[in-house]
Design a binder for this molecule. Structure first.
Ligand code: S3P
Length: 166
């Protein structure tokens, strides 16, 4: 079982992904956290230094972790915008965690200090939403209470588990 979560910042990729992995006995992989661990630097620092270099590291990390199995993978909000990223998720069930842009912004503001102002954030989300919609296998709404979003994600995961069992 391989489940990859994609979506905007604030969609719950990390929080819901970690809970999902725990519930179904899967590994939890968070590409951002692994990059921070490998480099010993914060996302803020990496971003300030060079977004381009960060994107290269992100793609390398995706290539590395995509070979793993029995895992829930939380991608960074910008990962799928990098050319060549999609091929690494071909053996994964790709779930787009979707929510209104304003909700994503309100959840992220103050947490991600490198984050752009509202207009920039909105523009980025508007660019990414059609991409996420196109590449996902499933879309789950996560703009409401965490327990409700988690329940929807669990229901989908159970269907996928049943399908895999045949
Ligand atoms: C980014 C989202 C972040 C992180 C990086 C860039 C983006 O991940 O990868 O700061 O471009 O949207 P989350 O979506 O997990 O916050």
């Amino acid at each position: 079982m391989r489940i990859a979560l994609i979506g905007f910042m604030g969609a719950g990729k990390t929080a819901l992904g970690r809970k999902l992995a725990q519930k179904y006995g899967l590994d939890f992989i968070d590409t951002d956290a692994e990059i921070v661990r490998d480099t010993g630097r914060s996302l803020d620092e990496l971003f300030k230094e060079s977004e381009k270099k960060f994107r290269e590291k992100e793609l390398e990390k995706l290539a590395e972790v995509s070979r793993r199995d029995n895992a829930v993978l939380s991608t960074g909000g910008g990962t799928m915008q990098t050319d060549g990223s999609l091929k690494y998720l071909k053996d994964w069930t790709v779930v787009y965690l979707s929510l209104p842009i304003d909700t994503a912004y309100n959840r992220s503001v103050g947490v991600k200090t490198f984050m752009r102002q509202y207009d920039g954030f909105k523009e980025l989300c508007e660019q990414r939403a059609p991409l996420f919609e196109r590449i996902c296998d499933f879309e789950i709404y996560t703009g409401d209470e965490e327990e409700d979003s988690f329940e929807r994600l669990c229901r989908l995961t159970e269907i996928e588990i049943r399908k895999k069992r045949g």
